[in-house]
Design a protein around this ligand. Sequence first.
Ligand code: 13P
Length: 308
Amino acid sequence: MPDIIDDITSLKKQKNATILAHYYQDSEIQELADFTGDSLKLARAATRVDTDVIVFCGVHFMAETAKMLNPEKRVLLPDLQAGCSLAESCTASELARYQQMLREKGHRFQTVTYINSSAAVKALSDWVVTSGNAEEVVRRIPPEEEILFVPDRHLGGYLEDVTGRKMILWDGACMVHEIFSVRDLLDMKRKHPQARTIAHPECPANIREHSDFIGGTEGMLRFVGGFSAPAEFIVATEVNMLWQLKSRYPQHSYHPVPGITCACNKCPHMARNTLEKLRDCLLYERPEITWQPEFERARVVLQRSLLN
Ligand code: 13P
């Protein structure tokens, strides 16, 4: 292990690279990264990087976003197959057809797209949001306009709850957050009656309704950071988030909510990035995210949505 970490550290210097890692990456990758964050923080951090190369330890849409916001940088992703069930649930052709059908029926709407989507889908959107800014963006849209929210129906449902705004929801879901077991969550709450339950807004309503706090990964860190005396938290999000919570706030105890078929809920796409692949991608400078024609339009939407 130490050898590979030394290799990565020296390759990083040699190649003038910065490593960004999402909180859902394995702990050894988060530990090595120059910046860790949620989707919003990492997209913004990518625009402030002063090295020639960005290695994005996350999933494909995140690296693609970093490339769109920094066309002049080389953006590497340790495993190009690191995808996202949400992004897969909404293709650009399906979205274009649906938008066309709504227009023909006389709907006047803006398309608000979760960042967990392809560049081609972002290019068809008015706004791109993350769990960190979605509520603020939705509140800014004039009430006379309808909202088409894609692709996460659970995040969309949560936004409807907090803003009171009905939206047209795409039928996508995150494979990690969709399968938390409500029965296990209720058992855990009985076993740990003092614990506060924190849940990501990608969770279905039946998990959110039993939660004391709902927020993205950065929001969770802020919430937990508000408790100084030792406390207990039941956590409904990807299990690697617990490492980040424990390392920042070790005085507390954390219990992951199990999935329906697994003891803890891990994103198989995020898990594709390993230390070996991180080392190799620095060494060979690939896989690389290359510029695509749809990036230009998507970039305008991203800049308007995330950087203003
Ligand atoms: P945040 O990064 O906004 O917490 O969302 C998590 C996620 O969807 C990663 O794919």
